[in-house]
Design a protein around this ligand. Structure first.
Ligand SMILES: *Cc1c(COP(=O)(O)O)cnc(C)c1O
Length: 454
């Protein structure tokens, strides 16, 4: 069967049986031809017909060192030669043990305990339940501290606890009757701050005041540190996070940092909290933890939190949470190999000139009439498209501008996915400077093409 026939057959089966995540399925059914990626090579995806696409969003923000990295491939194969899975309930396994020790060493200070799960959303569920139960079991107990504060436009995953903490209307509104109430603070302004240097919203003063005002009832504050990715790459000043940390400490409220997107070098530092010199009480990790190979997540906690769960079984202080594949050894083996690459290749050092190049290239997009703002940090960039740049009027959502841009980019060999009308660029770290320049050039042309037909 040649490539074209295979694509036709697979597309027909897909349309008949699949239900894609976050995808308006009517629109997907009309996509012709759909992109069906079959293989990967470094920063590139190869579809069933052999066409190549630069993986411009790292396969939805997960891939770090590229596809088919020999060291990770080998680590997974070697683990497969031992065992694919054994449970973490009532027994251990070397790979999750070794990984826990590595993560505790790498993470911001004080985060010594590692609780595994399978996705970013579950890492967040674990964090929320842990914080809630901690307040009931600490000495002296503070059961009245049972609420959470999250940022407006937050995204923490799609399970119901994570959706409760989330604040993106389009994703979360329909489930409102199922959710528990969460206090909200405004995230920093995107699309230009009207408040200037002293803006209380952008400085974190406003959020800090809200935390302190309700500290007596707050179990924890949950934030995506430095960059709110799914909100469209809303960037915080380091001071924003510092203010929140100070308020949490003063108010005796736990700080949960959701570094599912920002962790493992994505912002140019190992963890985004490092930009602000802040250590959270609970840290959620997923996406890049296995280098983009396998679903694995970890929630790290301090020893003080862990201690509140000690006691005789009959006291019922145990953390009753777990998943069948918690701490999966294949995932942990991939994660260990991923961390080895960071050390051996000095990935974070090698990334700095590429980050500089990305932002130099992106500078050239700011002048485009459809580009309202280019924002981000490190290897996380968002390009916000608008109909009127001066008035900052958005395009009619029915035009699907962001989507038009990515379809135009796909024709040119760049695979990306937008967030509404924010075009996202988050390439794997192995991308070359020439590829970065080419990628941004393709985005420029694609914006031109999309705007021309609107
Ligand atoms: C992607 C993401 C999640 C959810 O992770 P999944 O693995 O998709 O469940 C949670 N928080 C943040 C900040 C994310 O970007």
């Amino acid at each position: 069967m040649d490539g074209k026939e295979r694509l036709r057959r697979l597309a027909a089966l897909d349309r008949k049986h699949l239900w894609h995540p976050f995808t308006p399925m009517d629109e997907w059914e009309r996509e012709d031809p759909p992109l069906i990626a079959e293989r990967g090579e470094g920063a590139w995806l190869i579809d069933v017909e052999g066409r190549r696409y630069l993986d411009g969003v790292s396969s939805l923000w997960v891939n770090l060192h590229g596809h088919r990295r020999e060291e990770i491939d080998r680590a997974v194969r070697e683990q497969l030669g031992r065992i694919a899975h054994s449970t973490q309930l009532g027994m251990g396994h070397p790979a999750p043990i070794e990984l826990a020790a590595r993560l505790a060493r790498l993470a911001p200070r004080g985060l010594t305990r590692v609780f595994y799960s399978d996705s970013g959303a579950t890492a967040v569920e674990v964090a929320l339940k842990m914080a809630f139960q901690y307040q009931r079991q600490r000495a002296p107990a503070r059961p009245e501290k049972r609420r959470f504060l999250a940022l407006n436009l937050a995204y923490h995953g799609d399970t119901l606890g994570a959706v409760s903490a989330g604040g993106i209307g389009l994703f979360h509104r329909v489930f409102a009757p199922l959710l528990f109430p969460v206090l909200r603070a405004e995230s920093p302004h995107a699309l230009g701050c009207p408040g200037g240097a002293g803006c209380p919203r952008c400085s974190g003063e406003e959020a800090a005041a809200q935390i302190l005002a309700r500290a007596g009832e707050l179990a924890a504050v949950i934030v995506e540190p430095m960059v709110q990715g799914a909100a469209g790459m809303i960037v915080q000043h380091p001071g924003f996070l510092q203010k929140i940390r100070e308020a949490c400490t003063e108010g005796d409220v736990l700080l949960i940092a959701d570094e599912v997107a920002t962790g493992f070098g994505r912002t140019g530092r190992m963890f985004a909290c490092e930009h602000a010199g802040v250590a959270p009480d609970i840290l959620c990790l997923a996406k890049g933890i296995t280098g983009g190979y396998l679903p694995l997540a970890a929630t790290l906690a301090t020893e003080a939190i862990f201690d509140a769960f000690r006691g005789a079984p009959a006291e019922g202080r145990t953390f009753f949470h777990g998943h069948s594949y918690t701490g999966n050894p294949l995932g942990c083996a991939a994660a260990l190999a991923n961390l080895d690459i960071f050390e051996r290749d000095k990935t974070l050092d090698a990334l700095q000139p590429k980050i500089a190049r990305l932002w130099r290239e992106l500078e050239g997009l700011r002048g485009l009439p459809q580009v309202a703002e280019v924002r981000g940090l490190g290897f996380m960039a968002g390009i916000e498209l608008v109909k009127d740049k001066t008035a900052k009027t958005p395009f009619d959502p029915a035009l699907r501008m962001g989507r038009r841009v990515i379809l135009a980019a796909r024709k040119r060999g760049l695979a990306i996915r937008p967030l509404g009308d924010v075009v996202v660029l988050m390439p794997p770290y192995c991308v070359t400077e020439d590829e970065i320049a080419w990628m941004v050039g393709v985005v420029r042309e694609s914006i031109g093409e999309a705007a021309g037909v609107s």
